[in-house]
Design a protein around this ligand. Structure first.
Ligand code: ATP
Ligand code: AMO
Length: 427
């Protein structure tokens, strides 16, 4: 197993013999000296070959991006501009890369989107692309850790299902032996059913599938949903859990990923609580601004841009109208036209939807039917409300959206290793 990473070399003393393994990013041979710029997942180092070295001649045969193992010593005086150097004693070529490369790693030439994503394994060798996933991982780890510390249990629910949750239109149908079923849009019904099972606080990190018809810069057909559900809680409790989870995730990547501060738009742990604005206040502002915004309708992109300008980054839009929220959303105690719901926004982009849920089975059944859905299809879910279902609340947070907005990526696909969209199910 590889034991020394490039980033560790600075901690070693000169004269020490080490073996480094990685990719030959650049090869340069001059009359009396030659170099390989060796890259591994942690950084770049210059490997220097003196003419008398038996591998000096090999340098003319190595192709860019070949995988090599290099043993050598850290020199007394580092000459490399990279600030990291190893003077080579021996080298083994572990695997030779073919030429030409499908996409370059260091070349400045603009590569079109399709070429990049058709060759994603190479595209990810670029440190700036690789770093997105290190940050995404640290962000998720911070959120997970926060939820674990708050007593949540991580669960896994089925992705092959027989009922829609978030409305019928965006569903992928799947042939399942002799039945027609769907890929799950959200673990919504299952996380609520687990509340009835008495686990009380659950979270899931898993794929969610949406048959989005149009290619947009912020929609994927398969994304990672971070979902929570908590018993004996209301929407306010769930919002607090959300803002604290996000603050913990951001804090974790800022503290643990080198150069994260330079590339992140959010440079400090976000201050909580996040500001809140009601849907009705938004409508009032938009009407004043001359936007064609109707009461009771979703806020469109133009409107969200205007509202987003009023906040530095994260904020909640709360109390959405009942007409635009799913059947499981609880209504306000004093006004059935509005809900105990919220979206978390970052500027104009929605990151999370959440709410307190309906926990009365009769009300839930009517709400399903009011949305034009067949309540018989939801019997497996409804029955769990008839034998002791606590009041509960939760949210669903899109991990790629969160990564996208925090890093200011102009396309959500940059935050997905192998994105799925209307035209792409490859590689
Ligand atoms: P929802 O929760 O409403 O099902 P969502 O979680 O995917 O959708 P968004 O899609 O960001 O959240 O919703 C915000 C706004 O984006 C919507 O009000 C709508 O105007 C717009 N929008 C949603 N889906 C699409 C799409 N496929 N193409 C273009 N615009 C869209
Ligand atoms: P919603 O449908 O709003 O809510 O989805 C929750 C969050 O998931 C992300 N998201 C997406 N990300 C990328 N591509 C998509 N096509 C896509 N669709 C959604 C967004 C969004 O805010 N059951 C509820 C959650 C709940 O109430 O607990 C739900 O799924 O970041």
């Amino acid at each position: 197993m590889k034991t020394v990473f490039v980033k560790d070399v600075n901690k070693l003393t000169s004269g020490e013999s080490i073996t480094l393994m990685g990719w030959a990013q650049e090869i340069r041979v001059m009359k009396n000296i030659g170099f390989i710029i060796l890259r591994d997942s942690s950084g770049l180092i210059q490997a220097t070959f003196r003419k008398e070295n038996k591998h000096f001649a090999d340098l003319t045969n190595i192709t860019r991006e070949s995988v090599v193992s290099i043993t050598g010593k850290i020199p007394e005086k580092v000459m490399s501009k990279l600030g990291m150097e190893i003077v080579v004693d021996s080298m083994e070529i572990l695997n030779r890369a073919e030429v030409p490369l499908p996409v370059g790693i260091v070349d400045e030439v603009e590569v079109d989107f399709d070429t990049r994503f058709n060759n994603r394994f190479m595209d990810l060798r670029k440190p700036e692309h690789h770093r997105i996933f290190i940050i995404k991982s640290a962000l998720l780890w911070g959120i997970r850790n926060y939820l674990m510390n708050k007593g949540f249990t991580e669960v896994q629910t089925p992705k092959t299902v027989s009922a829609a949750t978030e409305g019928g239109a965006e569903l992928f149908g799947v042939k399942y032996f002799e039945k027609d079923i769907f890929l799950n849009q959200s673990p919504q019904l299952y996380k609520e059913m687990l509340i009835a099972s008495g686990i009380e606080k659950v979270f899931e990190v898993g794929p969610a599938f949406r048959a989005e018809e149009h290619n947009t810069p912020r929609h994927l057909n398969e994304f990672t949903s971070i979902d929570i559900e908590m018993a004996f809680s209301n929407h306010e409790d769930a919002m607090k859990m959300l803002e604290e989870s996000i603050a913990a995730g951001v804090e974790n990547f800022l503290n643990n990923v080198p150069e994260a501060k330079e590339v992140s738009l959010v440079k400090e742990k976000p201050v909580t609580p996040f500001p809140r604005i009601t849907y009705s206040e938004c409508v009032k502002i938009l009407k004043q601004e001359g936007v064609d915004q109707k009461d009771g309708e979703d806020l469109n992109n133009e409107g969200l841009k205007i509202i987003g300008k009023r906040f530095e980054n994260f904020y909640f839009i709360i109390n959405w109208p009942t007409t635009v929220r799913p059947f499981y959303t609880a209504t306000l105690d004093d006004n059935k036209n509005f809900t105990k719901s919220y979206d978390l926004q970052f500027k104009e982009i929605e990151l999370t939807s959440g709410a307190q849920r309906v926990h009365n089975p009769d009300e839930l059944k009517s709400r399903i039917e009011e949305k034009g859905l067949n309540s018989d299809n939801f019997e497996f879910y409804l029955r769990t409300f008839r034998y002791g279902m606590p009041p509960h609340a939760g949210w669903g947070l899109g991990l790629e959206r969160l990564t996208q907005v925090i890093l200011g990526l102009n396309n959500i696909r940059e935050a997905s290793l192998f994105p799925r969209d209307r035209t792409r199910v490859f590689p």
